[in-house]
Ligand binder design. Structure first.
Ligand code: G3I
Length: 399
């Protein structure tokens, strides 16, 4: 009887103790943290878990990247880097997870173009590229700078003067500030982009300067703007690889002009280390023409990179998704190209895709990417993972 009343007393005292605030810890007064004198850096809100984001239901809210378990970057680790484009959206899932699993190199699609880097004269905007560099460095991803000198997306003042000295100063200032700011952190720069005219054959005297595109820089400075750009970039970051980058480089006419230009510049001691073949192809591309150019450029002793690869499906209809036949046809072209690139692994440093999912591509109506809009891999993804096997399975191994 005695022990029962003792037990009752114990339970009542415990109950009262819990009601009064349960434990010494809570009674300790907490010293208030002083307000920071500068606003704290906002911590990114974690992405809601796809499983629970839809107010408790199990239905995912938007597309989710399901890890594939294989990685293009790993598949090509013994050959070359595998890149894709970066936009600020890359920081957010599902694209973030896709990029981290599949690629080891990124090129900013737009945020480093001249008008973005220097939106008004003398004002440089580093915030977006800084975030890109942070993401890349945290995930062991290399970064390509794109681009310093171009006729597009270059604002209203760069090179827009008839005063040659002023234009040179603008060129120097832009390159020195942008390249200098990221010294040691950007592996390679597309220094000059698309400076050669389409369909202009190299003249008999070999003077490539006659084949240059009419741009603000050609008008304001003259053909030597090209070598100046490379020299300024090299001064700002002597370790970065410096590229000339262009499209239609599998066109023999253009390839010969670029070959002559790079050969001449290198003979003059201009620090130009690589040629970027953009690679905006379609499903009718001649693999032989691509090989000819890779070979021709490699013979100059420079690096070659495929910098903006995408393969449009010629007969795709924007209102429909690709048929199985179209996906396979596109995959076969990708496989043939990668089989070729592997053969030139000693010269090719990087192959970068110009886009991840079709709907975000600049050529979205032609479905040129490796991933569908729901972030699942297309046939082309698997074709690239093992091109020889894919071609054998589709009866095109011996081509
Ligand atoms: O930023 C504005 C936005 O404020 C506006 O609301 C919107 C309305 O259309 O336009 C946005 O700018 C667009 C920009 O992409 C960012 O999305 C431009 O209009 C559009 O012209 C621009 O296109 C880019 C194009 O270069 C410009 O020439 C593409 O995204 C980009 O993929 C493409 O990339 C080029 C390479 O740099 C060089 N080689 C060829 C390649 C394909 O054209």
């Amino acid at each position: 009887m005695k022990s029962r009343s003792f037990l009752l007393l114990l339970i009542i005292s415990l109950f009262v103790f819990m009601l009064s605030g349960c434990g010494a810890d809570n009674q300790t007064s907490v010293t208030p943290t002083p307000e920071p004198s500068t606003p704290p850096t906002p911590t990114p809100t974690p992405e809601p878990s796809p499983e629970t984001s839809d107010s408790g239901s199990n239905k995912p809210k938007g597309p989710v990247y399901e890890p594939i378990g294989s990685s293009l970057a790993e598949a090509y680790a013994d050959y070359f880097l595998i890149g894709t484009i970066y936009t600020p959206n890359t920081l957010v899932d599902p694209e973030r997870s896709l990029v981290i699993e599949q690629f080891n190199c990124i090129t900013p699609e737009n945020i480093m173009k001249p008008e973005s880097m220097q939106p008004s004269e003398g004002y440089f905007a580093f915030t977006l590229p800084d975030a890109m560099l942070k993401f890349a460095e945290e995930n062991n991803i290399k970064v390509i700078g794109h681009t310093l000198v171009w006729h597009q997306q270059s604002g209203r003042f760069l090179g827009q003067t008839s005063d040659r000295e002023k234009a040179i100063e603008q060129l120097r200032n832009h390159i020195t500030n942008v390249v200098g700011n990221y010294k040691g952190r950007i592996m390679a720069w597309d220094v000059v982009n698309e400076a050669v005219k389409d369909g202009a054959p190299l003249p008999a005297d070999g003077d490539w300067t006659k084949c240059l595109r009419e741009t603000q820089w050609l008008r304001s400075i003259g053909p030597d703007y090209i070598e100046m750009a490379f020299r300024f970039a090299h001064e700002a970051d002597p370790d970065a690889k410096l590229y000339y980058n262009d499209y239609n480089m599998n066109d023999e006419v253009k390839a010969k002009v670029v070959h002559a230009m790079v050969k001449d510049l290198r003979a003059k001691g201009v620090p130009i280390h690589g040629i970027g073949m953009q690679g905006h192809y379609d499903t009718n591309v001649s693999i032989e023409s691509v090989e000819k150019s890779i070979k021709m450029f490699s013979e100059l002793g420079v690096e070659v990179s495929i910098t903006e690869l995408d393969i449009s499906v010629n007969d795709a209809s924007v209102s429909k998704s690709l048929t199985e036949e179209q996906e396979v046809r596109q995959a076969i072209v990708y496989a043939k190209l990668f089989k070729l690139f592997k053969q030139y692994k000693d010269n090719i440093v990087r192959v970068t895709f110009w886009g991840t999912i079709d709907s975000k591509s600049w050529r979205r109506d032609k479905f040129p990417c490796l991933f569908r809009n729901d972030y699942t891999p297309k046939e082309a993804y698997y074709a690239i993972l093992d091109p020889e096997k894919y071609l054998a399975e589709h009866g095109v191994a011996e081509e």
